[in-house]
Design a protein around this ligand. Structure first.
Ligand SMILES: [Zn+2]
Length: 197
């Protein structure tokens, strides 16, 4: 199983340059709120492979951690769970969807779809496609493909003040909401760095 660290190490320099503009824009927003941090998600589609990793950047004002009820967890355990890589079975892969449509595409559509594929951020790919759908009189009949993916999230820029939310409400076997009152031990000093998570 690949870890978040090994995935992020495989991001190449070209991708970082392309994404730099977006990260810098986000960094300016971060400066305005001490609780804002930037988190990077990296997605690897099992069909597209490790050469075509997708990056997206989220600006978050808190980290929301789920608290499983079957044993006691420390704050570090919850953070490790939150940032560990996960396999998702049904994820709409834009690259797979576009490549499947490509042989049927008109020359003008092909040119546009190649520019969509050259975007390294999923957000940019999606907004370009959305724009095309809004302005085009004949939208492309892309059949969106669901794929198995590996997703990892890491801390790109730490917030000055970290706000942690522990999700204590769960649903019991009768469908009623219950509160998990379990104590979560926490350290005096928390290492919340991009090396750690
Ligand atoms: Zn794919």
């Amino acid at each position: 199983m690949k870890t978040a660290k090994s995935l992020s190490q495989s991001i190449n320099d070209d991708d970082l340059v392309k994404c730099g503009k977006r990260v810098n824009k986000t960094n300016r927003l971060v400066g305005q709120n001490p609780c804002a941090g930037v988190y990077e998600s990296v997605i690897e589609c099992y069909v597209c492979g490790p050469k075509h990793l997708r990056h997206s950047y989220q600006l978050e004002y808190s980290v929301s951690l789920s608290l499983p009820s079957h044993k006691q967890y420390s704050l570090e355990d919850l953070l490790s769970n939150h940032f560990k890589s996960e396999v998702i079975q049904e994820y709409t892969c834009l690259r797979c969807s576009i490549l499947q449509y490509m042989p049927k595409a008109q020359p003008r559509e092909k040119q546009f779809l190649n520019s969509v594929l050259s975007q390294c951020c999923e957000f940019d790919k999606e907004s370009l496609l959305r724009t095309w759908y809004h302005i085009s009189e004949e939208p492309m009949a892309i059949h969106f493909q669901n794929r198995k993916i590996l997703k990892s999230t890491k801390v790109l820029k730490r917030p000055k003040t970290l706000v942690i939310h522990i999700q204590r409400s769960t649903i019991n076997q009768f469908g009623d909401p219950v509160l998990n009152n379990q104590f979560v031990p926490y350290p005096e000093l928390l290492n919340f760095s991009s090396k750690q998570y």
